[in-house]
Design a protein around this ligand. Structure first.
Ligand code: AMP
Length: 423
């Protein structure tokens, strides 16, 4: 069926490994698992996610569930398109706020959206997500919570072996800041929207924030000139965002401030974030999330600010597979002659190694060392430095990229050393 897939061995082993790593990280941060139903009352998503969002307006699988007995009512039900609304519904239903403690909950499971299927985008996909939610006196609004969630995600991606991610963060302000900004944005869009793409013209009417998500190249200069939400934030929201950034700086998690990151769901307030990965192509978002301080009240619950994220498990798998593939294609070694005078010796060494079955890339003595390093890091697992000293002594300097270590290896040992390096 369009947008659905069967997962078969050996790939299912990778799914299980990812889930095991996620569970172990969540446990260390003291999260517990929640499992909510796969379908919910349609009204939950309409009120929680927002009527005008793409998800609710066109992507939900909704049906009328007819009453089977007099005592039952006919209901509109929907396959969950995301899990935050369900978690907050459960928080309200089970009065979890009454404990006075923060609730730290994670989930792993399928979600359903009628999107146009393509690589990395499916109609049934799996999300791994977590929420931190509770009454304000439990500290649920503290910027420390935001920073802690982001730091946990950085740890999770690193432990999964996904290097090279990028974290973008922004603040979309409080429930009071947003309408102010939306008015400013609408006013700024009015004279220019006619020159923008059809989607932007529609969004300018229905959900102007989403204009900032537009990827159409011709629209970019216009969007870059639009007012920024950062300028519409009140002092409290500004201070909150500054505190999140400061905590991230202190914890050493790298990030960039992306003024255009507003995300597609209505419930977000203040901090929003996204982790992306270059290996994913167009659908490059690995995960997204943010604060939803008003969500509980919007669906009939007590005040219960929270922050959470949802990570696309399918996209994690694609990223890991691409990284594995890239590793498998790496040469064993890149020989870097130090100076043009060593080119001949380097060719001789390359010939010897290649005859012994080593996959070798040969550099060029005219390159500066930094350039050789950069070239080698892309194509090989290790770099063999060949200068005058090395040529004379037969003891080579080998830099191993996976570990960042530099070792001296005798020429006679070189084949064994290089072929023994893990991918
Ligand atoms: P969202 O709930 O839209 O914020 O999405 C959170 C994450 O779920 C995204 O960053 C993706 O990694 C993943 N995701 C969302 N929609 C899909 C989809 N249709 N197929 C696969 N992954 C998805």
């Amino acid at each position: 069926m369009r947008g659905t897939r069967d997962l078969l061995p050996p790939e299912t082993a990778l799914w299980n490994r990812i889930e095991a790593v996620a569970r172990s990280v969540f446990e260390r941060y003291n999260f517990g698992e929640i499992r909510t139903p796969i379908f919910e009352d349609t009204a939950l998503f309409a009120r929680g996610v927002g009527e005008e969002t793409d998800i609710v307006s066109k992507e939900m699988y909704t049906w009328e569930d007819r009453a089977r007995a007099q005592s039952e009512k006919t209901q509109m039900l929907t396959l969950r398109p995301e899990n935050t609304a369900g978690v907050v519904r459960a928080y309200i239903e089970h009065k979890l706020g009454e404990s006075g403690q923060l609730q730290k909950l994670y989930y792993i499971g399928p979600q359903f959206r009628r999107e146009r299927p393509q690589k990395g985008r499916y109609r049934q996909f799996s999300q791994i997500g977590a929420e931190v939610i509770g009454p304000p006196h439990a500290g649920s609004e503290s910027p420390v919570r935001d920073a802690e969630v982001l730091e946990m995600l950085a740890t999770l991606l690193d432990e999964l072996g996904i290097g090279g991610w990028t974290l973008k963060i922004n603040s979309v302000g409080s429930a009071q800041d947003r309408p102010k900004y939306i008015e400013t944005l609408k006013a700024a869009l009015a004279p220019v929207v006619g020159q923008m793409c059809g989607d932007c013209q529609r969004r300018a009417e229905t959900n102007p924030l989403r204009v900032l998500d537009c990827k159409v190249a011709e629209d970019q200069p216009i969007i870059d000139g639009l007012p920024r939400i950062a300028d519409s934030l009140d002092e409290a929201s500004k201070a909150h965002f500054a505190a999140v950034c400061a905590a991230l700086d202190a914890s050493g998690v790298p990030y960039t401030h992306d003024h255009r990151l507003v995300r597609g769901l209505d419930y977000y307030t203040r901090t929003t974030f996204e982790f992306t990965h270059g290996g994913l192509g167009a659908q490059n978002a690995l995960l997204g999330g943010g604060r939803y301080d008003g969500l509980s009240e919007a669906i009939g619950g007590p005040k219960a600010p929270g922050i959470g994220f949802a990570m696309g498990e399918d996209r994690l798998i694609l990223t890991l597979q691409a990284l594995e593939q890239a590793k498998a294609e790496l040469a064993h070694a890149y020989i870097a002659p130090l100076g043009e005078g060593q080119n001949a010796a380097a060719l001789k060494l390359a010939r010897k190694l290649r005859r012994d079955g080593v996959r070798v890339e040969l550099g060029d003595g005219s390159f500066r060392l930094k350039k050789s390093f950069e070239a080698a890091d892309k194509v090989a697992r290790a770099m063999v430095l060949l200068g005058e000293d090395e040529a004379q002594s037969g003891i080579l300097t080998v830099k191993v990229f996976a570990t960042g270590t530099q070792t001296k290896v005798a020429e006679a040992e070189l084949v064994a050393f290089l072929t023994g390096l893990a991918g």
